[in-house]
Write a new protein. Structure first.
Lengths: 226, 296
């Protein structure tokens, strides 16, 4: 047997020190050693992109590199999306987009699609349809026909563009505070926004798994053409 | 665990890598790994020792120097795709880079690794041939420069010795009156080529073709030169008829195999078409021909 080696991966901002054999693929370390099963294994051949993660900001197929090769790297998986500032403690606009635009059916390819979408929007916040299709050309989906995946990423681009700065979205925060004030709820002490602190029921659309709702007056239920 | 166990070495300099290759028994070099890692995991390759060169920072270059465009062994496909120098002066490289596999693979895979893999369906070998390029290898006895024409021997087999490391591939910098292009036919986005043709045309001051290079992908047992077609072009003025004749000649020189994507006769016709189109682009990029090709 080959020997194991101690390596450190920073995954979604958290350092993990693990012992791995050189032959262990990165996707297996993420799923089996770190128990983060959001990253999927689809084809086992490097074709499907379900295992796409960001390594030092670049989208890579984690089934096509060994864990030891990522020693010292920053890895981002789908589990990290909700922790990004633009997510404001809830679903990331990309995740929300897939929900709103019906960008998934079985959902198997979705984590990879979201990571490829994230890499695209980091580089190009206002992509054309063609650019979106190129960015996800390494990700296969057998359900949707891709149309709604493209729409999902467009949704996220629009939503992110509406957030004025990369500081966590002041405008949304202000809108929330206003909405809460308008609704008669306590806007919280001092007006300092500290995350989603909405009274139960304030933004529930009625669905059992409500995503948290829109932050504006936009129609939440019928937005197929928006 | 999918791959068989292996010893993993991570040199940080070319010297260290070369001495490892010399001292170790049956080493395999791992660069981008986008072909090698699947081969390891399916145990199509079972090396005892892997020398991973990704930590050799000195090999990550893409630059013009001493009359060559030089790509270090760790220049990724995406580096070529995103390079302004390539976009300005190396039309064929700019054409080919975004046609290699998909974005994730282009971020990791390397041009040199693809050349070393010597898959007859690989794109870069055809461009090395079209541009009269060279492969630079370092071994125990120092540096060796291998012309592209002598490098590809058989599918997945090259003139490289086991204890040699490719440090660089390079092509001569173009003259002012030179243009190049790459056209590739594939079944869907991200696929290997069913057929591909890379061309380079250099013109003299009177607009006569001074030198022509044509390399073909996926239509022979290796990336292959279409030398009869090149002879057809040299000394002539660019015309649609000339390019058609050169395309026919390239098709005759190609030896595609029938497979599920198309029969050999179809692929030969595609070689002709791709050659014509690439020649049209190359002539236009050289600034010699203004008119676009009419059919697509």
């Amino acid at each position: 047997m080959s020997e194991t080696r101690e390596i450190t991966l920073t995954v979604n901002g958290t350092d993990h020190t693990i012992d791995v054999e050189p032959r262990k693929l990165l996707v297996h370390a993420i799923r089996e050693d770190l128990d983060m099963t959001g990253t999927h294994i689809g084809c086992d051949t490097g074709n499907c992109g379900a295992c796409t993660v960001l390594v030092d900001g670049e989208p890579l197929k984690s089934c096509l590199m060994f864990t030891a090769q990522a020693d010292g790297s920053e890895v981002m998986t789908v589990e990290g999306m909700e922790d990004l500032p633009e997510s404001d403690g809830d679903l990331h606009p990309l995740q929300e987009g897939f929900h709103e635009e019906h960008g998934l059916q079985c959902g198997y390819c979705t984590p990879g699609m979201i990571m490829s979408g994230k890499a695209l929007l980091d580089e190009n916040p206002d992509p054309s349809e063609e650019e979106i299709r190129e960015a996800i050309s390494g990700n296969l989906c057998r359900c949707t026909g891709y149309q709604n995946i493209v729409k999902s990423i467009e949704y996220a681009a629009e939503k992110l563009a509406a957030q004025p700065a990369a500081d966590g979205g002041r405008i949304i925060a202000e809108e929330l505070a206003d909405a809460q004030t308008d609704g008669g709820a306590d806007a919280g002490g001092g007006g300092e926004f500290t995350g989603y602190d909405i009274d139960d029921g304030e933004f529930t659309c009625g669905a059992e798994n409500c995503c948290g709702g829109p932050t504006t007056d936009a129609d939440h239920t019928g937005g197929g053409d928006t | 665990m999918k791959a068989a166990p292996f010893e993993h070495h991570e040199p940080t300099s070319v010297d260290e890598a070369v001495s490892l290759l010399e001292s170790l028994d049956g080493p395999t070099v791992l660069s981008g790994g986008q072909s090698l890692v699947p081969m390891l995991r399916f145990r199509l390759a079972n090396p005892d020792v892997v020398v991973d060169i990704n930590g050799i920072e000195e090999l990550g270059y893409l630059r013009e120097e001493d009359g060559f465009l030089k790509l270090g062994a760790l220049a990724r496909h995406a580096d070529v795709e995103g390079s302004e120098l390539i976009a300005e002066k190396y039309g064929s490289f700019a054409d080919a880079a975004p046609l290699v596999a998909d974005p994730q693979i282009r971020n990791r895979g390397t041009v040199v690794g693809s050349v070393a893999q010597a898959d007859p369906k690989g794109d870069w070998g055809s461009l090395l041939i079209a541009h009269d390029g060279e492969v630079v290898a370092r071994g125990p006895d120092g540096e060796r420069v291998i012309p592209a024409d002598e490098f590809f021997l058989l599918p997945y087999d090259t003139a490289l010795d086991e204890d040699e490391l490719i440090t660089e591939v390079r092509v001569p910098t173009p003259s002012d009156r030179e243009g190049s292009a790459y056209h590739k036919l594939k079944r869907k986005t991200g696929d290997y080529a069913m057929a591909g043709v890379g061309v380079r045309l250099r013109f003299d001051d009177d607009g006569v073709i001074e030198a022509a290079g044509i390399g073909m992908t996926a239509v022979d047992i290796t990336n292959a030169r279409a030398s009869d077609a090149e002879d057809h072009l040299e000394g002539e003025r660019p015309t649609p008829d000339l390019f058609e004749a050169a395309g026919e000649s390239a098709a005759e020189e190609s030896h595609p195999e029938s497979d599920e994507h198309g029969d050999a006769a179809y692929k030969e016709r595609m070689v002709k078409v791709l050659t014509q189109r690439a020649l049209g682009d190359a002539a236009e990029r050289a600034g010699v021909v203004k008119q676009r090709r009419v059919s697509r």
